[in-house]
Design a protein around this ligand. Structure first.
Ligand code: B12
Ligand code: SF4
Length: 505
């Protein structure tokens, strides 16, 4: 009997020429999906359009945007004629215009294919996405493992789509149908480990591509899923709900050990939304890691909370190889923090940062300026907090401008208030201004995009000038790290990449 064939696609990535964040890292979400489908008995192939042409960059033909990865024609050629189902990941809203063109081209070449999509973007805008790109048969919302398996099972057994939980589709009359919500997986240890054997992982490992600072062959990991908080600028509460679940520490350490043996992994980047929530979990994880003596490093590059990060925990983190942590205070203004429902205590966070620094961990902090309603007074408070972080010894601060991401509460408010009216390409591309130093779109009533750009640069200037003033030796250490190709902080990594980029290509 012929096996059912499914192809999963990671689309090429889109970035602005002035962007500081790179997107060439292994597609963890797709690797997880592939594994669940394979375990169910389906034959799965992943086309990773970024890894398969990692050094191919071409202008997108719009403003200063560039595309990294395979061309549409190259992707079409990689889809086998006997594939029955095709899944596409849509993690970023700013990539929607590009990704949608690709999906339309695939359907034109392979009209028999049933196409399904998933990821952060399509979860936030399912009806819009289905109508804007009607060749997508089904949108899978939220966590994908259970949904894809149920969907393919339903298609295979000719069961109606209405019986599959967690999806949306347009019916024969063009009516929008949303099925019952699918529960998040509660025992996340039951989710099969990512199918890295289906991804060209070595391209990322040997090329030095990482989410955190590049300090060795890096494999991504997830120790937890979800986040218990509900910040209004963040799309995660609607994507993952507020259910936070952690894997058993033992399972995470086993997975790390497996990658050390299989892929010669030297460093692990945790992609968790909020990895460190419980102190007891973190302590148990570190103790197990210590016992294994894996001789690896690990990092927490996505912004984390600080409540559980005290002197004892940060010491343990360092002893077990943790070298970089990102904190996410987002603002230094108590008024703004309240408005965006970011439940952080800034004084406690500074105490936690000092403890991490004392224990030799590099720290990066994320700041956002330009929230709707934010005034100069609030931004000045944030500048003051930036100075406090610099005094506390923080190594890097990223100052971003606020972006209204679909799925977030602020986005919904802006739509209701009639301030976002059109979802055209300009709107989606404007979301990239978050990581683009040259172009900023303002969603704030008091500042224009150019003013916010200036205020963001002001924040960066305050941080980096004060940090070298408070600790002049750091300047020389940074120079040494850059020129010996051993960046230890984010800024060093960015400068090293900018100066020696040709070596990588
Ligand atoms: C790692 C990461 C990155 C990496 C690269 C991500 C990548 N290309 O794969 C880097 C550091 C480069 C990055 C950069 C940016 N990121 Co980022 N990133 C993440 C992060 C932390 C983890 C993604 C991940 O792997 N999650 C774990 C896996 C298991 O989850 P998943 O990918 O969502 O997949 C699951 C489901 O979505 C679903 N699914 C996914 N694909 C598919 C496909 C099908 C067919 C189906 C059925 C289901 C399905 O099933 C999967 C398994 O359950 C997320 C937040 C988060 N934790 O999710 C933000 C996130 C994706 N990033 C975000 C943003 C905004 C950015 C930036 C624009 C800004 C920034 N923060 O710097 C830049 C832009 C990059 C660029 N192109 O210039 C937003 C996206 C919001 C949006 N609507 O666009 C997120 C959601 C964070 C947030 N809430 O703000 N990011
Ligand atoms: S910003 Fe961070 S803490 Fe807030 S809801 Fe999103 S993931 Fe959770």
């Amino acid at each position: 009997m012929q096996m059912t064939k499914i192809t999963l696609i990671r689309t090429p990535s889109l970035f602005a020429a002035g962007a500081l964040t790179l997107s060439a890292i292994p597609p963890l979400g797709l690797a997880y999906l592939a594994s669940s489908l394979r375990e169910r008995g389906y034959q799965v192939k992943i086309v990773d359009a970024v890894a398969e042409a990692i050094s191919q960059v071409r202008p997108a033909g719009y403003k200063n945007l560039h595309i990294n990865g395979l061309s549409v024609e190259d992707i079409l050629q990689r889809i086998d004629a006997d594939t029955q189902y095709l899944g596409v990941s849509f993690p970023f809203s700013h990539e929607w215009p590009l990704a949608k063109q690709l999906v339309k081209a695939i359907k034109a070449r392979w009209p028999h294919l049933k196409i399904f999509g998933g990821g952060e973007h399509i979860t936030a805008m399912p009806e819009f996405s289905l109508r804007d790109c009607p060749v997508i048969d089904v949108a899978c919302l939220g966590e994908g493992e259970g949904t894809v398996v149920a969907l393919i099972d339903a298609w295979e057994s000719k069961k109606p789509l209405s019986e599959v939980g967690g999806i949306a589709y347009l019916d024969a009359k063009g009516g929008y149908q949303l099925t019952t919500k699918r529960e998040r997986v509660r025992d996340i240890d039951d989710i099969p480990l990512p199918a890295w054997d289906l991804v060209p992982l070595e391209v990322y490992l040997s090329g030095g591509y990482s989410f955190g600072v590049n300090i060795g062959r890096t494999v991504p990991l997830l120790a937890t899923r979800g986040c218990p908080y509900s910040c209004t600028f963040c799309s995660n509460p609607s994507m993952w709900t507020t259910l936070w679940r952690a894997r058993k520490p033992q399972q995470v350490v086993d997975e790390m050990q497996e990658y050390v043996t299989k892929y010669r992994a030297e460093n692990f980047d945790f992609y968790d939304l909020t990895a460190i929530v419980r102190k007891d979990w973190t302590v148990e994880f570190c103790q197990l890691l210590k016992e294994r003596q894996l001789n690896i490093t690990w990092q927490l590059p996505s912004g984390t909370r600080s409540e559980a990060l005290d002197d004892e925990v940060t010491r343990l983190l360092y002893e077990t190889g943790c070298r970089n942590i990102s904190y996410a205070p987002e603002s230094g203004s108590p008024e703004i923090l309240k408005m965006i429902k970011k439940k952080v205590d800034l004084d406690r966070m500074i105490v936690s940062m000092r403890a991490a620094k004392k224990n030799k961990i590099n720290i990066k902090c994320n700041i956002i300026v330009g929230f709707p309603g934010e005034r100069l007074k609030n931004i000045l408070e944030t500048y003051l907090f930036i100075l406090r972080m610099s005094w506390a010894g923080v190594d890097d601060v990223s100052v971003w401008t606020f972006c209204a991401y679909p799925g977030s509460a602020i986005f919904n408010d802006l739509v209701k208030a009639g301030r976002i009216t059109r979802f055209d390409d300009d709107y989606f591309y404007s979301l990239l201004s978050y990581s683009d130093l040259r172009n900023v779109t303002s969603w704030n009533e008091y500042f224009s995009g150019d003013q916010l750009r200036f205020l963001r640069l002001g924040g960066l200037l305050i941080f980096y000038s004060s940090t070298y003033l408070f600790r002049p030796w750091r300047f020389f250490t940074s120079l040494k790290n850059i020129f010996t190709h051993q960046p230890r902080s984010r800024m060093e990594m960015i400068v090293e990449k900018a100066l020696f980029r040709h070596r990588k290509s």
